[in-house]
Design a protein. Sequence first.
Length: 544
Amino acid sequence: MRRISLFALFALGLASVIPLSATGQTFGPAGRAAGAALAPQLHFSAAEMLLAEAVADSPDLAAFYGGNGLRPVFQGPQAEPLRAALRGIGAEAPRHAIPAARYQPDELARAGQGLEAELLHARVLLRYLRDMTGGMIRPQDVAPQIHRQVQRPPAADLIRGFLDAADPAAYLAGMAPRHPAYLALQKALSGDAGLTVPAHLPRAPEALWRVGMAGAGVVPLRQRLAAIGFDAPAADPGDYDAALSEAVARYQAAAGLPADGVAGPQTIRRLNGDEAGRDDRRSRMIAVALERMRWMGGEDLQARHIWVNIPEFRARIFDGGQQVFDTRVVVGKTAGDLQTPEFSDQMEHLVVNPRWNVPRSITVKEYLPLLKANRNAVSHLDIIDSRGRVVPRASIDFSRYTAASFPYRMQQKPSDDNALGLVKFIFPNPWNIYLHDTPTKHLFGNRVRAYSHGCVRVGDPFDLAAEILSQQSDDPRAMFQRALSGGRETWLALTPKLPVHLVYFTAFPDETGQIRFHDDIYGRDAALWRQLAAVGLELGGGKD
């Protein structure tokens, strides 16, 4: 036996499980400090000491092997099912848009016995478990507006589950997200997205077709659409009628094209399969979406929640996996400091007839220059001092203040033209982001809806309020209307709180499982793809 002085083991919490050679005692949590002082008295075999030194740089492996008494687990004939399961994950990795080389299949195939082989298997297992339960890339490394906190299970627990599993390979397969969206994205990545037209069908000639037009070129257009499930039967197949326009719009939405129902050259080229580069880009969008779904692995997406997909400009409520509400939204502008961030939180209140406390950034960047030019500018806003009192504008010399020294804030009283509309939805967060009504209704008719300062404007706010309140009132609309009719700012507490997920998916399945594609309005997917490519992911050769 050799004496060991690896104080790092105690810093990692391993002293609670390493036995004293003389007494067989163990250190409990209360004795860890004493255990560190007694470390020179501990004795380890040479193999134990080498293993301890080898995993000291990995808190997850150190926690596992410490809890396992520094015993190897991948050695000997009895561990062959474990080793075989790990050898198999490389072949499955591409189905998850993960490079097979990440799990070192060649090295695993050549591995023998001993410490080096033990560490190889342990590190491959840990990497796989972390990838599947939280992704390969740290969200905060992609863009400063991504604040998603990945919630991984303790790795040591997952490793023990693998070792105890009756079928280790099945255990590893079960680590991947099982959400229907993830499975639909995997299916689409494999090429079974339902948009590939059989090669034997005649090509549709490039043209521009609108409702009311007719011609021989409409016939192959109908045939190609019908072959992939977008059929529109008609008495005369050469007529471009309303039913065909609707089928074209559904196809366009599925293919990530503007869904205007007009079959122009871009739509026809896509339908003819002439845009291979676009297919490559869509594969990358799906790969990025799979990684983003792995980021969400720690969230309970079967529980009732609000799902705001920023590049889709839509907000939904899901309950038990089923969509129960859907509305259009307006999100932040594309300028970096105005983009809507990504994070998850808990909605706690509905505020009816809200006051608008103007954000400091808007006050000093947009309104202070106007007030310097004309103290009566933006007259719908009150000037508020540090004690919460309204200050008459005539008493303020706005010209003497800079953005840094302006001592006042600005506020708008409840009203129909309040910037927040008549209701806002609060989930407290450091970025002061929330959902709210808006008097600017015409923007919801635009296809691209990135106009706000970061908050999310809701197209159907009263309906959203009623759906949210349905969990705590038999008549949620009456509950909301009573608060609205009062005219005063009223806070309605939500019981229970409602999870809110602000997400960013440019590729995501609709309720039928069909993948819908959306523009990368903030460039975050391009940034994430670059990081995925940097870890070895390759999908086709098309250019972005």
